[in-house]
Write a protein that binds this ligand. Sequence first.
Ligand SMILES: [Zn+2]
Ligand SMILES: [Zn+2]
Length: 694
Amino acid sequence: MASPLEQYSPCPGGTGKKIRFCCKELLPELQRIDRMMEGGQWHACVEQIDRLQQKYPGRACLFALKGEALAALERYEELEPNAEAFVARHPDNPLAHAELACAAAYLGKAQAAIASFLKALACCREETTRRQLERHLWVVAEGLMDPYCRQAVRALIEAWGGKEATVLLDMSDPAPLWAKEPRALVACPPDFPWKAEFDEALQLANSLRWFEAERAFTALAERANGVPAVWQNLMIVRGWVADYPRAAEAARRYAGLVESDEDAAELEAYAAYITGEMLGDAVQVPKIEYPVIDLQSLRKTLEKDPGVTPLVLVRTEEEKPVLEQGEFYRLVGPPIPPHDVPEWACLLSIVPATAESPPELTLTGASPEWVAEGQKRLEALAGGSLGPGRSLPSDHGNSITGLYFWQEDLLKLDDIPPARKAVLAERRETFLRQRFPSLPLRLLHGKSFQEGLADSALRRRALGAVLLLEELLRHYRLGPTGEDLRVLLGLSPRGPIDPREVPPATVPLARLHLVDVEKLTGEQLIACFQRAWRFSAGEALARLAPALAHNDTIPWSPTRVAAAVVTLAQEPNYARALVWCQRWRQEARHLPGACGKFDIEEAWIRLHRGELDDIVELTKHLRAEHAGDPGIPEAFLRFRQALEAHVRGVLASARRAREPSIVAPDGGQPGKLWTPDSARTPGDRPTLWTPGNP
Ligand SMILES: [Zn+2]
Ligand SMILES: [Zn+2]
């Protein structure tokens, strides 16, 4: 919260004036409301504002404060009329439009939210009012935060002027690199017959009139449909206005016009990604529901069987009541682990009786074959405790490929010895080599990858399918990816890219890892690292970070320290990492903030090595010397949490020896079973089924 309101504070109504010159007579009341807000007395706030509005109708500050209080109370249905009245009374007030944008965002109207927020920005005359829009910006951004559709959010934050926020967004966005690549509008190509129209459309796009720009470029595309620049800009602007189906259409038209197959493949993948179509190798997997006749004997039977493992869900405290309503088991087919990798696995979830219905058991699996196997096994094992099973259609369109990868999670959990993981990797590679290429894909209009490659009209989209497949593998943290995957699918590997022939700044993010690191100049190395760092380009970082950290011709700078930190974090040999860490800390000691960063890394290395005594010393030093360094308290807190979890884990491991636990890293969502190894940020596609939950 800002400092308390006084007569020279900016008016909270977004008028751009100081209170003294705007709504001086309301100052005592505004101060009172401000204190109520500080104290979280939102109900009282709304009542007080309602009273004041009788006496002072139509005042901007009262509309704005009421909007804030209603949003805090989550009374979304009242937000819109309040904002509409605000806009009607003050059509040039930025906060009025921003309130309307929030209301639209809460109601899921993405385009209306963007349009109103752009109006709000266009109405801003002073820096102070622009800054007052920050709260609204985040509300709108959150409303648009479909993870596949970040372009609109990024563009809005940039238009508002939140440089640092876009950096954070770029870093944390889990989207594939070809979807994250920020694309800039391109200028009119030479000899373009409708240059005036093109420039006008560009001008609209650059002056916050995105919807008009979209219409202008669409009109141009009808006339000049063979010009890549038109489609490129159209794809970008349609992304800004969150019109994803039409952004995808533009991306595909553009993909058909670019020179390189690689560029085209990335555009095709992007188009499929933002519309959520992905590969389209959909498959229906039934689930079987049984009424439980005898819960006690069912539990006993399950617990005795070597093929059944209870799954323990570890959740945050506040979610416990929700999760205790169900129990989960894994049922696997022969051979039984830990001696071997089973042929199939299914999940059983038991929902206890409610007033309306008896207890119920649901059996789900990752493929129709597995469900059939599981059904046979379960009925042979515990048929006496169960009523007749009902087969329900799956209520989610999973992909065969995604399901295949997810099967591995069901199979391995914690109890497959590492050596046997090779069996899974081998099965997966066989699937990718033999089955995937002949699966009909909706992405290729029902043709398979193999057929697509051979079809000149579909070839580029088929290459895009490889990127989507790779994204699925990354999602499940499985291999092979990159060039290994291409080779497995019969394609030739790409790269290396020689930076003396292709300027590294022009290499797309998704191919930055192909740049020949050895041939980069010092300057290029720094620039490439910074780009990879900003967009969390993992594979590129893995190559660029050590090259920069170990390059002693480059003086120590915050960038080289960042590279060193990445290098230490990814070095599997802890003894070696420790030596580097100590040497680099010494070399970079003159750099403010560097010591603390290396201390934190050393603490992590010591934790991996189990050297708790050294951690105690480091902790003392960090507290004494670096508590005020930027970023260090947060980094230290993350380390502390890991340390505590490690200590707790050691204590608890004996107790839980038999029960593999599924820990949701983010606490998961109530009522949903977090699926092992599949959790990333909310909304990750493909949507995974969750037992007992539609
Ligand atoms: Zn005012
Ligand atoms: Zn230090």
